[in-house]
Write a protein that binds this ligand. Structure first.
Ligand SMILES: C[S@@+](CC[C@H](N)C(=O)[O-])C[C@H]1O[C@@H](n2cnc3c(N)ncnc32)[C@H](O)[C@@H]1O
Length: 580
């Protein structure tokens, strides 16, 4: 296929056809070694050659959204791609259903496969997952989020002579040297094969976010270890990194869990010393140089760096050659986009001290923060400008979760957006920037309004945004077309949430929509950042994380209706709400 041409009045969106075309071009220009170089830029040539000797590139996969899967097949065939018959996809359909809280039977996902020759002349395939989106199907949010995040785009390797030792070695190299994360897998008894899924590091520079490693036969030992590896959140939570924990016994794992607070403090000290900034400013500074730059005790700093290396924050082949930041460590730079530097100081500072009062919270149901500091954290921070500023910057640190929101909502008919407790204005400014016809109103407590003013000015939206100092339990600005309530409800118990939601419902005109951003507790015991953050809310704030069903109940009691929810980055979700 030279180009995928959409026929006139093509039902399939051009961007989807481009994505397929890109996948075909990727296959044609890559052999196995090329795929490994693209996905694993951190590997040295010998490691890459070792992997390439035992595996072969088999396919590139993308997810697209035609009006009909059969129609897409015809378009692709007309464009010269030799597409085989459509087969239904259960795995991707169920993943989409779980991700977006939709019934699986409302999602029609088919698989199309077409042969494409790889750069080395070997036969490969492009694998096209197609979710049929007929006009008016109400799948806009799913389509927008998947196009933005490309969860299903992946590359696949086949282990050429699979045995348990080879498979274990490949897996180990991908996890430890390739900085990939275990992301599930399974044994298909019907096909007699084992598949291990990996999530790629974020800096690969390809649109492919996952790698699939297929091996003929059953490999229960390797598969069991891979499944036990868990998600990145679990790995971070237990203080280990990469694949190392998969090989630890129960006592070692428990010791790592028990000493998680040491990792919190090591990160906070690294942040306080601005180690990441120093490591980024010079090529591979060595220990003596870093000790000079940070004014620290050289030998002790070396010991801290060794610990940070085991946490996956810095790396060094030999300390004498100097230290480098890993992609995780890069996020501690103060100038990184969505830098987590302020959060490292917050979780290692005031919230570290108050988390020591968790026992009090569990025994009494009351906040550990108030028990230690004598005031609710909002009051305590409000009276201490330095802490209030750190809190605002901490909230901004996880604002990556807001990225897809302007693309998920049709803003064309909206005129006024009201952000209730909008914090430093990060979310509202992103929405105002995305649609220059919009006017914004941001309600905040008096001490927080100045931070929002600075954000609006920086975003060039100051003249389109009114800042109101006020209290959402007393009044919420009326007459908006779109209301935002981001990371507010989790700060409060159900009774207080109802008071806030009733104020908002009273202020909303009939046509208005409310967007709620929160982390959702999983209903099925799965891992999510919402789970540890729920305990943080209990101890430090007096609020809680909730399931979508819990939010739906609260909203209904306040005269509102949850219409859908969509995944956002960092395990957050966008809940879309209308008046009941
Ligand atoms: C967790 S922050 C979320 C900020 C912002 N919406 C975001 O997602 O970044 C909660 C915000 O609620 C504000 N807040 C707390 N009580 C309030 C009240 N009674 N009226 C208005 N805002 C309040 C706080 O000042 C804080 O900025």
């Amino acid at each position: 296929m030279s180009t995928v041409h959409a026929p006139t009045a093509a039902p399939t969106d051009r961007c989807d056809l481009d994505r397929i075309e890109d996948a075909v071009a990727f296959i044609r220009t890559h052999d196995t070694a090329g795929v490994l170089a693209a996905l694993l830029p951190g590997l040295d040539p010998a490691e890459r050659a070792g992997l390439a000797a035992h595996s072969a590139f088999t396919h590139a996969a993308v997810l697209v959204f035609p009006e009909s899967v059969a129609g897409l097949r015809e378009e692709l065939r007309a464009g010269g791609l030799d597409v085989g018959p459509v087969t239904p996809s259960v795995v991707v359909r169920d993943r989409l259903a779980r991700r977006y809280g939709r019934p699986a039977d409302t999602l029609d996902v088919g698989i199309l496969r077409a042969p494409v020759t790889a750069a080395d002349g070997r036969p490969c395939e492009v694998e096209i997952f197609a979710l049929a989106v007929p006009a008016g199907a109400g799948q806009d949010a799913v389509v927008a989020a998947e196009r933005a995040r490309q969860h299903e785009a992946h590359l696949a390797l086949e282990v050429t002579r699979p045995d348990a030792v080879v498979l274990a070695g490949l897996r180990e190299t991908l996890l430890t040297r390739g900085r990939m994360t275990a992301d599930g897998g399974g044994h298909n008894a019907h096909e007699g094969s084992t598949v291990l899924y990996f999530r790629c590091p974020e800096d690969t520079g390809t649109p492919y976010t996952r790698l699939e490693l297929n091996a003929r036969g059953a490999h229960p030992g390797v598969l069991g270890r891979h499944l036990g590896e868990g998600t990145p959140a679990q790995s971070a939570g237990r203080g280990g990194h990469d694949g190392a924990d998969g090989h630890r016994g129960p006592a070692e794992r428990l010791l790592h869990l028990m000493t998680g607070a040491w990792a919190t403090q090591a990160l906070a000290v690294a942040a306080d010393l601005r180690l990441a900034d120093h490591l980024a400013a010079e090529p591979r500074p060595d220990l003596a140089r870093l000790a000079d730059l940070t004014g620290t005790h050289r030998e002790s700093l070396g010991r801290l760096l060794r610990y940070l290396a085991t946490l996956g924050v810095v790396t060094t082949a030999d300390p004498a050659d100097g230290y480098l930041l890993t992609p995780i460590g890069e996020l501690l730079r103060t100038d990184a986009e969505s830098s987590l530097h302020p959060l490292a100081l917050m979780y290692g500072g005031p919230f570290y001290r108050s988390f020591g009062e968790l026992g009090h919270s569990v025994r009494t149901g009351r906040e550990g923060f108030d028990h230690l500091f004598g005031a609710h954290h909002f009051e305590y921070f409000a009276e201490r400008p330095e802490l209030a500023d750190l809190f605002d910057r901490s909230m901004a640190a996880s604002s990556a979760m807001f990225g897809p929101i302007p693309g998920l909502v049709d803003l064309s008919a909206v005129r006024t957006v009201v952000d209730v407790a909008g914090g430093n204005g990060e979310l509202l400014s992103r929405i105002l920037r995305a649609a220059p016809h919009l006017e914004g109103v941001l309600l905040e407590r008096p001490h927080a309004v100045e931070a929002a003013r600075a954000t609006m000015a920086k975003a060039g939206c100051a003249d389109r945004c009114r800042l109101e100092a006020g209290d959402f339990t007393r009044a919420v600005p009326a007459g908006g077309d779109l209301y935002l309530l981001s990371r507010v409800l989790h700060d409060w118990d159900d009774e207080q949430c109802l008071a806030i939601l009733r104020r908002i419902a009273a202020a909303m005109p009939e046509h208005a929509e409310l967007l709620v951003v929160e982390r959702l507790l999983p209903q099925d015991g799965q891992d999510s950042l919402a789970v540890p953050w729920d305990v943080h809310m209990l101890c430090n704030v007096g609020g809680r994380e909730r399931t979508s069903a819990h939010y739906a109940d609260l909203l209904a009691t306040a005269g509102l209706r949850l219409t859908s929810h969509t995944e956002l980055p960092l395990d957050a979700a966008l809940l879309r709400v209308r008046k009941a």
